[in-house]
Ligand binder design. Structure first.
Ligand code: MTE
Ligand code: MO
Length: 331
């Protein structure tokens, strides 16, 4: 039975919040140490429960707990965005362009059975069943900021593991330079495909070193549960230092290629959506500034604005990937 934690106990990352977290981490380390011993099974159970205790579980979908991630930059102490906002205010154009459309229409999405085809320049191509992907590496919880190109942001506790675990498993060949993500495009399930707003299927891509970066999360859940359909069930990407549209939802194919591919948004408006799309307050979108953002749920819809951070605040972790590159040209 999941233990119930009152929401407000976790909503505000105040200094008084930080001490219990530190104690909690020490306890986890202790549990890990002890878990090797005879009482291992019981203690592992406690550890799993501890992981759950980090984040309030909404109790709406199947549980998918993840242990606190050890990856640097995986946790922000900012207040989590309300689950209702994270599941009610979405971009998922396959279900319509209005922010409320995905929550309204995504229930039609069949997420089981599901598989992801791995193809292109790898030694181990093939169709990977979702069940096998779920077991490929231990689940971690990562609290990441998601910064949408339109100027809003959220803070979400995602559950998944580094995409690098899967990439290493399929053994990219030396010529593989880019990783492309192809998402589901089924007109029977997705009413938004009737509109020509994008060239379906929605595709995205990363340079191989970006895809291998430990922060790049192959994501199966959020808030301790499997992903809601409007958030990209059953498997999506989350690339926290890039604008949200790089984080492709409902992935059906991962392709290893040599040349930088066009992406769905790049095809729609190349001057507005470059290949890199790293969050950058100094490079404006042609039609609006990127210097600030509004945090969903904070002080009303159009109230206070926050300063947008270079690489969405993950510069220490990912800045090196772009050393020597002109970020104005490679936007
Ligand atoms: N397949 C697909 N993936 C997608 C999109 C989409 O329209 N289709 N929208 C992107 C955009 S613009 C953003 S900001 C994020 C939003 O993710 P969220 O709704 O879980 O917050 O998903 C991204 N992934
Ligand atoms: Mo977005």
């Amino acid at each position: 039975m999941p233990i119930h934690i009152p929401r407000h106990g976790f909503d505000h990352a105040t200094p008084s919040d930080i001490t219990p977290r530190a104690i909690y981490e020490q306890r986890r380390d202790l549990i890990k140490l002890l878990a090797g011993g005879a009482a291992g099974a019981v203690l592992a159970g406690w550890a799993a429960r501890d992981a759950m205790a980090q984040t309030p579980r909404p109790g709406k979908l199947a549980a998918l707990p993840g242990a606190r991630s050890a990856v640097a930059g995986a946790v922000t102490m900012e207040k989590l965005t309300d689950y209702g906002d994270v599941t009610g205010y979405n971009n998922f154009y396959e279900f319509g362009t209005d922010k409320a459309d995905p929550a309204r229409h995504a229930h039609a999405l069949q997420t089981s059975p599901w598989s992801v085809e791995i193809e292109g320049l790898v030694n181990k191509p093939g169709r990977y069943a979702l069940e096998d992907l779920l077991k490929l590496s231990p689940m971690e919880e990562r609290i990441y900021r998601l910064r949408c190109v339109e100027g809003w942001s959220m803070v979400i506790p995602w559950v998944g593991y580094s995409l690098s675990a899967l990439i290493k498993r399929v053994e990219p060949q030396g010529s593989a330079r880019y990783v492309e993500f192809v998402t589901l495009a089924d007109p029977k399930q997705m009413p938004g495909l009737r509109s020509r707003v994008l060239d379906w299927p929605y595709t995205e891509a990363l340079r191989l070193d970006e895809a291998l970066h430990p922060l790049t999360l192959l994501t199966f859940g959020m808030y301790g549960e499997v992903l809601p359909k409007q958030n990209g069930a059953p498997v999506r990407l989350v690339v926290p230092w890039k604008y949200g549209f790089k984080s492709a939802k409902s992935i059906v194919k991962i392709r290893f290629i040599e040349q930088e591919p066009r992406t769905a948004w790049n095809k729609a408006a190349a001057n507005e959506y470059g290949f890199y799309s790293n969050v950058n307050p100094d490079v404006d979108h042609p039609r609006w500034s990127q210097a600030t953002e509004r945090r969903i749920g904070e002080d009303g819809l159009f109230a206070k604005k926050r300063k947008t951070l270079l690489f969405n605040g993950y510069e220490a972790q990912v800045g090196q990937l772009y050393a020597g590159m002109d970020l104005r040209k490679n936007y």
